[in-house]
Ligand binder design. Structure first.
Ligand SMILES: [Zn+2]
Length: 90
């Protein structure tokens, strides 16, 4: 039987993907979530907060993706000069 206090004390580990918690414990926590709307709201809010924090961290674009992006932009700005009539959709 999981109490709300117990659930909240495990919530951080439960939400942290790098934290490996016991599979049985995870099941217990998940079943508590289904039964307890209070903890569900807390869990949902915490999850969203974590996502916002993660979104604030600077993302590094891999150099090959950056390169492809640049090339795609250059292609858009300087389209090749072949006359393709009737192909103006785009
Ligand atoms: Zn609860």
């Amino acid at each position: 039987m999981t109490t709300c206090k117990q659930f909240l004390s495990e919530l951080n580990d439960f939400l942290d993907p790098q934290e490996t918690i016991d599979a049985e414990l995870r099941r217990t926590l998940e079943s508590h979530l289904n039964e307890c709307p209070n903890c569900w709201v807390v869990c949902d809010t915490t999850k969203k907060t974590i996502q916002i924090y993660k979104g604030m961290q600077p993302q590094v674009i891999p150099s090959d993706v950056h390169d492809r992006l640049l090339k795609a932009l250059q292609k858009k700005m300087n389209p090749p000069n072949d006359k393709a009539e009737g192909n103006s959709s785009g």
